[in-house]
Ligand binder design. Structure first.
Ligand SMILES: Cc1ncc(COP(=O)(O)O)c(C=O)c1O
Length: 305
């Protein structure tokens, strides 16, 4: 077993010793741009797509990583190579990028001239046990009182670490059902996303998802468009309302760790016949084929271990 190392501002540091300043913009501004990539069979999956999205988020957030996309990609692969020996064959990894504007002194409200961005690259074992049962039963999607912030305030395409809204939303829906998953609406009442996933509906063999006006342009979301094309199932972006979930045949969330999480209940009502639907199953199977890992089996093994 080697030490789990974190890349922090040009150095490799043991994870339990990696520290940032109390004056870092992550804390004084609540500003961190982030990415979470996963591996399949220890191979980073769509890493370059995650890095490209990170650079779009950084541009919109108006700070940078102090290096090019190629350099960050190379560095990320180096971090993973160093930590990979700690992972057994069945366990995949999260690869996390957190970038902050660096030192930002609250008393002056200024960034010191010599302060560079803070760059962290972290790997963690991907524990899929939480999602294991949802592949069979589907989850219960519940709309919380808390709404997603409008793009006029903070564009949801900037993938950032502020989880205040999402965390409030999750705690509200957990009062309705301890296993519920939030499905946030925007301030006009249209469906958006949840704390870490995009949302899809299937009606009459057609897949629909909210447009990125009010949600992150998820890399897994993009995979549904690709898989839909491959399987000859149309996928459309549009504005969707709670009515559309209530009357849908199937529904699911997508996110990097679990890929597809079926939803079989919405605000207490069954979606379709209340079972994981055939198109959802077809998509999970196609994704498993694509990455050479049985997504459901891996989550179940994670739960059993
Ligand atoms: C708010 C939000 N929406 C959607 C997603 C799904 O994005 P991806 O498929 O790139 O993991 C995430 C991922 O963390 C997220 O934080």
């Amino acid at each position: 077993m080697t030490q789990n190392l974190v890349y922090l501002n040009g150095e490799y540091v043991p994870a339990d010793q990696a520290k940032i300043s109390i004056f870092d913009g992550a804390i004084s501004l609540g500003m961190t741009v982030t990415e979470s990539t996963r591996t399949f069979g220890h191979q980073p999956y769509r890493l370059r797509d995650h890095i490209d999205r990170l650079y779009l988020s950084l541009k919109a957030a108006r700070f940078d990583a102090g290096m090019t996309q190629d350099e960050l990609e190379k560095l990320t692969l180096e971090v993973w190579e160093k930590n990979k020996p700690n992972y057994d064959a069945g366990t995949d990894a999260w690869i996390i990028h957190n970038i902050t504007p660096g030192q930002w002194v609250p008393s002056s409200g200024q960034k010191p001239a010599d302060s560079a961005s803070t760059v962290m690259i972290i790997t963690l074992p991907l524990d899929l046990s939480y999602w294991a049962d949802f592949y069979q039963t589907g989850c219960h999607a519940v709309t919380p009182f808390t709404r997603i912030q409008p793009a006029q305030s903070l564009d949801a395409r900037i993938k950032n670490r502020s989880r205040f809204i999402y965390t409030l939303a999750e705690s509200e829906v957990k009062l309705v059902d301890p296993k519920a998953q939030s499905l946030l609406l925007d301030t006009d009442g249209y469906l958006s996303e949840n704390k870490g996933g995009n949302f899809f509906l299937v009606s009459n063999n057609r897949i629909r998802t909210p447009s990125t006006i009010n949600c992150l342009d998820g890399i897994s979301r993009q995979s549904i468009f690709t898989l839909g094309e491959k399987l000859n199932i149309p996928v459309e972006e549009c504005q969707l309302l709670p009515y559309d979930v209530t009357t849908a045949d199937e529904a699911f969330f997508t996110s990097t760790p679990y890929c597809i999480m079926p939803a079989t209940k919405f605000n207490g009502l069954e979606i379709g016949d209340g079972k994981v639907g055939p198109i959802t199953k077809q998509l999970i199977a196609a994704w498993s084929d694509l990455v050479g890992v049985d997504i459901i089996e891996q989550a179940q093994a994670s739960k059993a271990s």
